[in-house]
Design a protein around this ligand. Structure first.
Ligand SMILES: Cc1cc2nc3c(=O)[nH]c(=O)nc-3n(C[C@H](O)[C@H](O)[C@H](O)COP(=O)(O)OP(=O)(O)OC[C@H]3O[C@@H](n4cnc5c(N)ncnc54)[C@H](O)[C@@H]3O)c2cc1C
Length: 447
């Protein structure tokens, strides 16, 4: 049994084989399980990288039948039932399988403009969060040392592209950093005047939460000082700012020292390799269309789960990933145990447990079933949900303690810069996401 990817989906699949006579190989290019919903807290100096990323070897240390392999999967030989990967030390690694679960997640979509990636980091990986953290805290330092008032204003202007949950959370946190955390630390730069411009191509922020909570989110953002622009599409990104096409279709230029991209996702190149090998169909975002039991039609030995799978318009959220990963794992387990014949998987039924987004201290929005909650009660629920899903007691206790300190004293300790990072900012060497920026692919279609 080979599983590609140790995110929410891959890990849930691996856990389905606990104490079963199945040899599982879990291949991941990063070697850690990342709690993506809290990436923005790592990016804004609240949580450390260790609190949201846990080594897969450590998580699965008691599962003697699971071997964790650090390698990047580059392709498949479906006829020979082999996964092809690159070892970290170089060279090709071929891993044979009887059954395969592909759970490689999604990557940021720049809607056909992958060249923006080097200038406007997205937020999908730990490397992205650390890049954003360096850029955000570095921008305040640049503003403090700038002698030209225009230049100082530019460094104190942040652009966030996309007002989904991640964009909203990030924009709100940057304003909180400026108005609470750094308020008394800077003498020349007026950090409280920091502008955070949040551009959304659709008609509202947090549109997926429905009009009532979207309206509430917009009011909270405005109270925080975030400038929200809806029906506004970022058409150009360069080293000095962005160009935005507004609702009246006129294009306006905004000077900004930091541009962050949280709009849209697409399947990684691995999906195209899998589709070519299996003849599977892909949706607009490149995700693999699967049969109701999460297998690739005509290939009952290959399941695709989590963000990479296209099934019944299910959203790319952690619950879908966990439930589909577990579903695929249990299906194979039943076959191995002789309780089901190959190719007779039950259809995957998703139980929607709702969604939540953090807005500000004491404010969040939560939606489940027909219930829509905002404000303090939603914020308490948000904390409970996120603590519940974090991996490991130490991370849970650590995150809770850190949140109490951040809420009470506005302190954010995770924000040290190295001399080399400061030099990069000064010289305009942005180098955000080597993998995605370097590829410069143009595969995603415009929204
Ligand atoms: C910033 C952010 C905030 C989010 N907030 C929420 C939220 O509040 N609530 C919610 O429900 N969902 C949220 N999500 C979505 C949720 O995190 C995803 O739906 C979920 O992580 C998908 O799980 P997955 O296992 O499919 O993919 P991932 O978690 O992305 O895992 C994919 C794994 O595959 C590995 N991998 C990728 N390519 C390769 C390769 N070629 N070779 C080897 N390994 C590979 C990666 O290293 C990674 O470990 C958020 C996502 C982001 C990015």
């Amino acid at each position: 049994m080979v599983i590609v990817g140790g995110g929410f989906a891959g890990l849930s699949a691996a856990r389905a084989f606990r104490n079963r006579p199945v040899q599982v190989t879990l291949v991941d290019r990063a070697g850690h399980h990342l709690f993506q919903p809290l990436l923005y807290q790592c990016a804004t100096g609240i949580l450390s990288e260790g609190q949201i990323a846990t080594p897969l070897r450590y998580i699965l240390r008691h599962e003697s039948n699971v071997e964790c392999v650090l390698a990047e999967v580059t392709g498949f030989d479906v006829a020979a039932r082999t996964v092809i990967a690159t070892r970290p030390t170089g060279g090709v690694l071929e891993i044979p399988y009887d059954d395969l679960i592909v759970a490689a997640g999604a990557e940021q979509s720049y809607f056909g403009h992958d060249e923006f990636a080097a200038l406007a980091p997205g937020m999908k990986t730990l490397a992205d969060a650390l890049t954003i953290r360096r850029r955000v805290f570095g921008a305040f330092e640049m503003a403090e040392t700038a002698t030209d008032p225009e230049e100082r204003r530019r460094w104190l202007t942040f652009v966030v592209v996309g007002a989904g949950p991640t964009g909203v959370e990030l924009a709100g946190q940057i304003r909180e950093v400026a108005t609470r955390t750094l308020r008394d630390e800077f003498h020349r730069a007026s950090v409280a005047d920091t502008r955070v411009l949040l551009f959304e191509g659709g008609e509202s922020a947090l549109a997926s939460f429905g009009p009532k909570l979207a309206g509430r989110a917009a009011r909270t953002l405005r109270r925080l000082g975030v400038e929200l622009f809806v029906h506004s599409v970022v058409t150009e990104v360069d080293r000095r700012g962005v160009a935005v096409r507004g609702p009246d279709r006129t294009v306006t230029r905004y000077e900004a020292g930091t541009v962050l991209w949280t709009a849209g996702v697409q399947a990684p190149p691995l999906a195209h390799a899998l589709a070519r090998q299996t003849g599977a169909e892909q949706d607009r975002a490149g995700r693999i269309r699967v049969a109701p039991d999460c297998t690739i039609p005509g290939h009952p030995e290959i399941s695709v789960v989590g963000d990479l799978m296209a099934l019944d318009h299910l959203p790319g959220v952690a619950e879908v990933a966990m439930q589909s990963g577990r579903h695929a794992g249990l299906r194979i387990r039943r076959q191995v145990e002789g309780r089901a014949a190959a190719g007779t998987g039950k259809p995957f039924r998703y139980r929607d447990l709702g969604s939540a987004a953090y807005l500000a201290r004491g404010r969040a929005v939560v939606s489940f079933g027909r219930v829509r909650l905002g404000g303090f009660v939603a914020w308490c629920l948000w904390i409970a949900i996120h603590i519940g899903f974090l991996t490991g007691f130490r991370n849970r206790a650590g995150a809770l303690l850190t949140w109490m300190i951040t809420i009470g004293w506005a302190a954010r300790r995770e924000r040290a810069l190295t001399a080399g990072q400061v030099a990069d900012l000064r010289d305009g060497r942005h180098a955000a996401i080597p993998e995605q920026a370097a590829r410069g692919r143009n595969t995603a279609r415009s929204p």
